[in-house]
Every structure is written in structure tokens, then in C-alpha cells.
Design a binder for this molecule. Structure first.
Ligand code: BGC
Length: 247
């Protein structure tokens, strides 16, 4: 079965039909640049452009980089503040001639994809997936069940919002070496471990491709730490999974 998945990111909006049997893209994905400012209207236009690039008419799953409950976006850390309180599912469906749209948090989407097809497959207990990018996204699982909108990227770390210290953007903005960034990441992971005692951390986001540069430098964390396997397509795949019609 194929369902369309779209991933709204800080720099790009990308999507493709997803083959849910394989947990992979059925066609090469299409990407457009995220408009700046990333307002609801501007982003909705881009999502429609991505879907229309394909001859698609059916359910569409969309990730959003903030809290989403019942289709309504509730926070906007790295996108325009106009998203707060927007019924994103209704807005996007209207732009797509009434196609059914399901919206969920981007890290939650990446997490459900990794738990089904990737690094978290068949893993019980508590698992935390963290996406390291512009911000830090989190997906919290207990015995394979998602606790949505965990927002662990905004935990306080030494008096700061953790994502401003340990995200990839923080590494780039402050020109941190891998060693320096790994020390910050170690402190952050140790803090999350103190709160949830996960058996497994899965590290996602584009930087997971360079896992060998920083995972060996992580110290003071008991849990197993592995890179995500689906990497950049996890959000698209997870979005499509969330939009699969029941039954
Ligand atoms: C947002 C999260 C999001 C993460 C990654 C954070 O700033 O609060 O909802 O998952 O960035 O995009």
C-alpha cells in the first residue's frame, strides 16, 4: 500500500509516496525550499507543490517541527509564530482539494518509522529517539508505544534550552569541534537518561550519517546509543504511516 508522506523542515519541505510494505519511498522524493518566514500559508503552498509534483490523490501524512495535538499545531520553536493554534490538518487539506491530511510532530514521525523499519525494530522497554538538526526533536517509546510530543529538546541544560547548546545548529553556530559538541551531547543524554532510564537511544537527523565522528566520544551514558537507519527519509516514512487509513 502507498501513502504520501511530507516532511516539513526548517530548510526544506520534501515528500514522496511511501511503500508501507517496505517502509521506503516508492518514488524519488521531491524537495522545495522552506519559505522564510515559514508562515502557515507559505508552507501550505509548498506542501501542495510537493504533493502535486506527483500524480497523487489520497491520504497525506505531514510532519511539523513542533507540538501537534488533534491536527492543531501548538508550538513553533523554529518556524513562524503564526502556526501556534493553527488547524494545520484543515489548512493543508483545503490546499489539497480535500485530500485527508494527518499532521504529527517530526521527531515522532521519525521515531515510529525507526521503531518499525529501522534501528528500533523489535525493541521493547523504553526507547528514546532524538533528531539532531536545527533543533532537537524527541520521540519517546515504551514497549513500542509512542508517547507523543515529548519535546525533550527543550529540557534545561546548565540554565539553557538544551537545543540551543547541543543541536547541530549550535555546533555550527559556535563552530564547535566534534569533541566539544560530544561533551555537550553527553551531558544532555545523561540528563535524559536520568529522567527516563531508556535502554536505547537512537540518534537521527542528517548528522547520524557521521555517527562515527561523535558517538565514540559520548561518555557517562549507560544506555546503548545507535544511529538511525532510515536517516533523512524517516520523517516522510513516519508521516505516511500515520496517515494510513484504519482497518
Ligand atoms: C521542536 C520540536 C521538534 C524539533 C525538531 C524543536 O524545536 O520544539 O517539536 O520536533 O525542534 O524539529
Amino acid at each position: 500500500m502507498e501513502i504520501f508522506g511530507v516532511d516539513i523542515g526548517g530548510s526544506g519541505i520534501k515528500g514522496a509516496p511511501v511503500d508501507l510494505a517496505r517502509g521506503d519511498l516508492a518514488r524519488e522524493r521531491h524537495k522545495v525550499l522552506t519559505p522564510q518566514p515559514a508562515t502557515p500559508e507559505g508552507v501550505a503552498g509548498c506542501v501542495a507543490e510537493v504533493v502535486r509534483h506527483f500524480d497523487w490523490n489520497g491520504p497525506v501524512g505531514v510532519t511539523f517541527p513542533g507540538v501537534v495535538t488533534g491536527g492543531i499545531t501548538r508550538s513553533a520553536a523554529n518556524v513562524d509564530a503564526g502556526w501556534v493554534g493553527t488547524d494545520a490538518a484543515v489548512l493543508l487539506s483545503a490546499r489539497l482539494d480535500g485530500m485527508p491530511v494527518t499532521v504529527l510532530n517530526d521527531a515522532d514521525a521519525a521515531g515510529v518509522a525507526e521503531m518499525t523499519y529501522g534501528a528500533g525494530r523489535d525493541r521493547g522497554g523504553t526507547v528514546v529517539l532524538l533528531t539532531l538538526g536545527t533543533g532537537i526533536g524527541s520521540a519517546l517509546f515504551t514497549d513500542g508505544h509512542l508517547v507523543p510530543n515529548s519535546e525533550l529538546g527543550h529540557l534545561e541544560l546548565r540554565g539553557h534550552d538544551a537545543e540551543t547548546r547541543a543541536s547541530v545548529k549550535a555546533k555550527e553556530d559556535h563552530d564547535l569541534s566534534w569533541e566539544h559538541w560530544a561533551r555537550r551531547l553527553s551531558r544532555y543524554l545523561a540528563h535524559v537518561e536520568m529522567l527516563f532510564s531508556p535502554e536505547l537511544f537512537i540518534i537521527g537527523g542528517g548528522v547520524s550519517r557521521k555517527a562515527e565522528k561523535f558517538l565514540p566520544l559520548i561518555e557517562g551514558v549507560r544506555a546503548e546509543i545507535v544511529p538511525a537507519l532510515l536517516q533523512n527519509n524517516a520523517g516522510i516514512v513516519g508521516a505516511a504511516m500515520a496517515a494510513r487509513p484504519a482497518g
